[in-house]
Design a protein around this ligand. Structure first.
Ligand SMILES: O=C(O)CCC(=O)C(=O)O
Ligand SMILES: [Fe+2]
Length: 204
């Protein structure tokens, strides 16, 4: 018997984590057509930079490109590097408005990451900088190549792994950044370019 294609079920939100914070996945939040257009636009138009972090007094390039956009004054620091946001582009502002009508949060900034290939990655971390507040709601939109994203509970070490695909939205909220870490591991073999946008609220 052939399997019924999962046309509608796959569009239902999936609760990945509901204890010690929440992580909810909205598969295909953007249609593949819109996601692919948006990927191409952001890839060529955002002010991508190579950030260096100081490690034992030496500048070390992080394994991805990034760009920071937001309201004036939403200054953000991250592992000792300071970012002053670029003003919103029309595309990013439209997305922010759509996301704000979905979740009960005002986002005043967005961190864009570009993973050029499988060697680019994000190491284990929590988005727990003070200026995000104790229980930040973070909206993470994935565009381009699918990549695995892993969450790990700080105490129990329990892991939750999900492949984030073109157009998928992940909402992380509540105590998630206090109780869990996350990473985007490197992958061997050919993998395409990926852009991730994390919309955040930075408290001044
Ligand atoms: O690229 C991703 O999906 C995650 C990025 C991330 O964790 C971050 O920028 O804090
Ligand atoms: Fe993160």
């Amino acid at each position: 018997m052939s399997q019924q294609p999962d046309l509608f079920a796959s569009k239902q939100p999936q609760t990945l984590i509901s204890e010690d914070g929440s992580a909810i996945l909205y598969p295909g939040w953007l249609t593949p057509e819109r996601a692919t257009l948006l990927f191409a636009e952001l890839d060529t138009s955002l002010a991508w930079e190579q950030t260096h972090l100081q490690m034992y007094g030496k500048p070390v390039p992080i394994p991805r490109l990034n760009a920071w956009y937001g309201d004036a004054g939403s200054r953000y620091s991250y592992s000792g590097a300071h970012f002053t946001p670029q003003p919103w582009t029309a595309a990013l502002q439209n997305l922010r408005d759509e996301l704000e009508s979905m979740v009960d949060t005002r986002f005043n900034s967005v961190l864009a990451n570009c993973y050029r290939d499988g060697r680019d990655s994000v190491a284990w971390h929590s988005d727990n900088e003070r200026e995000l507040g104790a229980t930040p709601t973070i909206a993470s939109l994935s565009l381009g190549a699918g990549r695995d994203f892993v969450l790990r509970h700080k105490q129990s070490q329990r892991q939750v792994r999900v492949t984030l695909q073109n157009g998928d939205l992940l909402i992380m909220a509540g105590r998630l950044q206090r109780c869990w870490q996350h990473q985007l591991p490197k992958v061997s073999g050919a993998v395409g370019r990926r852009i991730n946008l994390t919309f955040r609220r930075v408290w001044k």
